[in-house]
Design a protein around this ligand. Structure first.
Ligand SMILES: [Zn+2]
Length: 259
């Protein structure tokens, strides 16, 4: 059994029949899929997907690349939603939130203040946090040290150095391992993932984005998480059984999945 800890099923639904996608995921031993929130527009959709499909779970938050419609009341509405869903076991995290300076630092202050607010909400409701980071590891690590998430979480789709990864691990966070490790050219990330503690890793696809090596040009899907696991197994020194069962355990512990 494997868990896809990061999959934009709502975006994939625009490209593929979601019932078929989930059927194939189940056949491929995918036990659960976590669908991150992006902005207020997708919260209802992913909540609905989770209530309709046993294997689908979701998170609520503001993705740093989709902040156009964020206003002064946005965080209040997020907090209200989370409070309403407090007893819904399908809501498993806050996010995805974080910092993305790929296109520059124009809205750096907005990104940072929204992230701090989302960490506060995660801590208040005892939820883990799903973090997104591009071109911002230094800023993100500094911000997390000042505003530590208290209920763990994951830095998703990680690519970077061992030292950066360990900074997150030392903050109690997991490292999301995705399709990037299927590419031979991703040497730095591959060597990082090879050397990190096995207890710190989670599997993900980030579907429909981040196609695996050999599948470029096709929408990525949750069933592919098995191929990420195969690549991980090739990198790690532990035996396959140990890697598979530890990775499942890591996801279950992070998101408090009930069996
Ligand atoms: Zn994402």
């Amino acid at each position: 059994m494997v868990i896809d800890s990061h999959c934009h099923l709502d975006l994939l639904a625009k490209k593929k029949d979601i019932n078929q996608v989930l059927l194939e995921a189940a056949k491929a031993q995918v036990a659960a899929i976590v669908v991150p929130g992006i902005n207020e527009q997708n919260w209802l959709t992913i909540n609905k997907l989770a209530s309709e499909h046993a294997m689908v779970y979701f998170a609520l938050g503001f993705h740093p690349l989709f902040l156009k419609e964020v206003d002064n009341e946005s965080i209040i509405r997020l907090e209200q939603r989370v409070a309403e869903l407090k007893n819904n076991r399908k809501l498993v995290a806050i996010g995805e939130c974080g910092l993305d300076f790929y296109q520059g630092r124009e809205n750096e202050l907005l990104q940072k203040s929204l992230l701090i607010e989302q960490i506060r909400i995660a801590n208040q409701y005892q939820l883990p946090i799903i973090l997104h980071c591009r071109k911002a590891h230094q800023d993100l690590i500094a911000l997390l040290k000042q505003n530590p998430p208290l209920y763990s979480g994951v830095i998703h789709g990680f690519s970077g150095s061992y030292q950066q990864a360990m900074d997150y691990v030392n903050l109690g966070l997991k490292i999301g391992v995705g399709g990037v490790i299927t590419y031979e050219r991703a040497q730095k990330t591959r060597s990082t993932i090879t050397n990190l503690p096995l207890e710190s890793l989670l599997l993900e696809t980030d579907a429909p984005d981040m196609p695996l090596y050999g599948y470029q040009g096709q929408p990525n899907e949750p069933k592919m998480v098995n191929l990420v696991l195969s690549s991980l197994n090739m990198l790690r020194s532990e035996n396959e059984q140990t890697v598979t069962s530890q990775l499942l355990k890591n996801s279950k512990l992070t998101f408090n999945f009930c069996d």
